[in-house]
Ligand binder design. Sequence first.
Ligand code: ADP
Ligand code: MG
Length: 331
Amino acid sequence: MKLGGRGEFQIIDYLRQQCRAAPGLVRGIGDDCSVVKVPEGDELLTTTDLLAESVHFDLDWTDLMHLGRKAVSVNISDLAAMGARPRYLYLSIALPEDLELGALERFFSGFLAACHEYGAVLAGGDTCRSPAGLTISVTAQGTAPRGKWVGRDGALGGHVLYVTGTLGDSALALRRLKTGDVPDSCLLQRHINPTARLATGLALAEAGIPAAMIDLSDGLLGDLEHILRASAAGAVIEIESIPLSDRFRSDLDNDPDLMELALAGGEDYELLFAASAEHQDAIAAISDRTAVPICRIGTIVSGTGRIRLIGPHGEVPLPARRGYKHFPETT
Ligand code: ADP
Ligand code: MG
């Protein structure tokens, strides 16, 4: 059955029924505004992400259930990167009239299941018709103890750079999909159903370990540049230390150029952070406790916002494309 003819109020009613009461949520879906309580001593952190059909996802290979999950995960990843505990999500959607009702229900079921897993609730949004393509905007709010959240601007010369998980899997999956191949299921999951590193980000921030942290949405080098610019520092990255999955590594053996995907491909949704070397043991303990590998990939150096890449035979040039840009600068 198509969506056409189904009023937005029926959709909102459906969502309202799906959403339970939650601590701190004084007024959820159904009024002009939501009303939430911020715990005493906490600060409220808010992030928003837009997903547009043909720009951020392709319905040829993305199921609506996974898209619902991903719309949540990419926002939770931003909260995790600042050490904020997820609380409230807002979902604004522009829906094409020819969207199947079942597809919309799959989207909501993925969305709400992911909210539940990350401990957040849907507290509001907006719904309208789209003449061209599906557009999804999610806003997420989280809380952190006052002053305990982590920005991008605290990296200092001498700090060690760490990254969680493995890099490049999502970009490799996307490359395979675009050439009509079916990627290995581990790679595909990393692309269509990423997991935000929430427990790890919260544990790191709670322990006061990261001096600066960011989640990797645009690619390692591009996102590292954000930390360096905000911190007025430089960095040295050891290419051979960059964590890669077994699948990525075996493809890399056949095609060394794939390394660029680990350096500058996007949508890893891993955490990159700078920390003083004294935290090494505490970082290893958090990695064990949250079952997420955390790997040392280089160091912060004082001075410029420059990145030096060191390979097995010395310094190598930076790839020209260092991160995803929606509006590439013209030269
Ligand atoms: P208004 O016209 O005053 O903006 P709406 O009719 O758009 O109100 O929304 C009514 C209620 O439904 C609000 O609480 C709003 O947050 C909620 N809502 C609308 N669309 C969505 C959605 N896609 N997801 C969650 N809540 C929604
Ligand atoms: Mg409205």
